[in-house]
Design a protein around this ligand. Sequence first.
Ligand code: C5P
Length: 301
Amino acid sequence: MRDDTSSIERLSLEAPAKVNLTLRVLGARSDGYHDLESVVAAVSLFDTLEFEAAPNLKITCEGMAVPAGNENLVMKAARRLVAQTGCCKGAHIHLKKRIPAGRGFGGGSSDAAAALVGLNALWRTGLGPGDLARLGASIGSDVPLFFGPCVSVMRGRGEHVEPVPAVPCWWMVLAWPAFGLPTAEVYAAYDRLPRPAAPRPAATEILGSLSRPAREAQALLVNDLEPAADVVRGARTNVRVILQEAGAVAVGMTGSGSAYFALADTRADACCLAERIRAAGAETYVATPTADVQAQKEGPS
Ligand code: C5P
């Protein structure tokens, strides 16, 4: 982000999706949330948010379906920023939605983070990244991680984000079914299931593998929510099976599902896998890890 915001009337930000390379649930908390340890990577599937100074606050959307109006996390973020700073300016926010909702890609949280960054610049409210990330935590558990670099380790309910100075070398084939899974339902199902008996690799073991061949990461892509997501999914499309039958060598579930990702060593491997997955009936997108979290697309005008 540029820091000379004195003349900004309009700006545009790209909000990336994330994948949870690992996710361990450490325990239930008294506030209804769960303590986690998760290694997360931002990936190059982006929503675009365009901001323009306007008398009132309003949002328009195009692309994939998203809640309109006040229940949209972008509007929630805007109202939180107003409440925090006392700013009484307006804005027209146009959201181009490409990250499917309810699949575990954190699209709504990423949009909320971008809204805080964009409006903070547009309104010159002067909050620092730490202030914005704290404000973000009150909007959704995944919002703070979108203030970090490509890879971070997320702890607590999501509010503690440790940046990792490394970018994975893999291509990522994202794949998702026609339905989403409600996060709260997946956590509730997790609470009803027995805890895993076998010892699991520490979430952070993956950090030593970010530049190793994809195949070597397979045993480390552990997501404790997957058995619970399986229960909530029931007999509907299992994207893990589709990916594995298509020949993917390293597959993980992101967030609370329903989406999965497969790691690939080359673009050719990733595109070939994506084609087979598409033929088997899942939606797919070939992405790379992105270091460009909160990248500004156009400068001030
Ligand atoms: O914070 P967010 O709105 O994304 O969380 C949605 C739901 O997911 C929460 O209401 C809670 O049931 C569950 N959750 C949880 N522990 C977390 C994150 C989310 O139990 N760390």
